[in-house]
Design a protein around this ligand. Structure first.
Ligand code: B12
Length: 250
């Protein structure tokens, strides 16, 4: 067991070093240490694992690391994530059903897994269809599971554009008033207007903000188009994010 550190930035740096040297045991020991130091699993996920993967993504973009290295780092991160997700207590499923899937052609899974866990902790029944799911399957399952919200994750521009098929299927089957489409993933964070062009009803930058957006959709009698980039959405998003990062207390 590593000596506990006082702040999550140090854990993030150490976790990143463990990823760089592909030290799986070291990475997992750091997660155990952060838990032992009393940091909540949610915060460790967002400020250590997600933040480290963002840095990895920048290094990948600058071709400082190879795709196979990123692949190995993602596997270590996945193991660390599983350890934390097991510690998150799920609430009874009282808030309705949400379908979650990665867009057709998209095999990035870590963000989707985090999203599913946060939604379950938020009291939703979540049906995770997995990676690279056909648009028709997504809509069919939403109907058969009686889901009011579909969440689609995409990290690549061309897979984000595949989400327009989900929109078209919702519209052509006249499901617009029953099922809302929420999208997210790195590519939507890079271009805040992209969610509009794929026909989504809303987006959110991270899992805690996504829970707030999904919850607000279930609360509404009549759904309206909204985004965390609208004024009310932005206020809610900032509060949720500041709560999630520990900047403010509940
Ligand atoms: C790990 C990784 C991989 C791993 C994935 C392993 C796995 N099992 O998931 C591997 C090595 C397989 C991979 C492959 C590729 N990758 Co990659 N990958 C990454 C990396 C480094 C991290 C992604 C990650 O897990 N982030 C951590 C999670 C927690 O973040 P997240 O997914 O964004 O999720 C959070 C939020 O976005 C949000 N969220 C996510 N989904 C949803 C959904 C909804 C509805 C909502 C509301 C919110 C939400 O909540 C999450 C939690 O807070 C990113 C860099 C980056 N900055 O994203 C590149 C990145 C996404 N990859 C990239 C590329 C180019 C590729 C490849 C095309 C490479 C290649 N040449 O083949 C392939 C494509 C494979 C495919 N078809 O899917 C580019 C994409 C550029 C672009 N925009 O088009 C990036 C940005 C790297 C870069 N800077 O160049 N990759």
């Amino acid at each position: 067991m590593e000596t506990p550190f006082n702040d999550l930035d140090t854990y993030r740096e150490q976790f990143l070093s463990a990823l760089n040297t592909q030290n799986r045991d070291g990475a997992l020991a750091l997660i155990d240490s952060a838990l032992q130091a009393g940091f909540p699993p949610k915060l460790i996920i967002l400020r250590v694992i997600s933040a480290a993967l963002d840095t990895i993504g920048e290094r990948q973009a600058h071709q400082e690391i190879t795709l196979s290295e990123v692949f190995l780092m993602a596997r270590i991160s996945d193991a660390a994530l599983e350890r934390l997700l097991q510690r998150m207590r799920e609430k009874p499923e009282t808030r309705g059903t949400v379908i979650v899937a990665s867009a057709t052609g998209d095999y990035h899974s870590l963000g989707r897994k985090i999203l599913c866990s946060f939604l379950r902790v938020g009291g939703f029944r979540v049906v995770d269809l997995g990676a690279s799911v056909a648009s028709a399957t997504i809509v069919d399952r939403a109907v058969s599971e009686n889901a009011a919200v579909i969440c689609v994750s995409a990290l690549l521009l061309h897979t984000a554009q595949n989400i327009t098929e989900v929109r078209e299927l919702i519209d052509t089957r006249n499901l617009k008033d029953q099922i809302k489409l929420v999208v997210g993933g790195a590519v939507f964070n890079m271009d805040p207007q992209l969610f509009h062009s794929v026909g989504a009803d809303a987006t959110a930058r991270n899992a805690p903000a996504a829970v707030a957006v999904v919850r607000s959709m279930f609360k509404r009698d009549a759904f309206v188009r909204q985004s965390p980039f609208s004024r009310t959405g932005a206020i809610r998003y900032h509060r949720v994010f500041r709560l999630a990062t520990g900047e403010i207390s509940p």
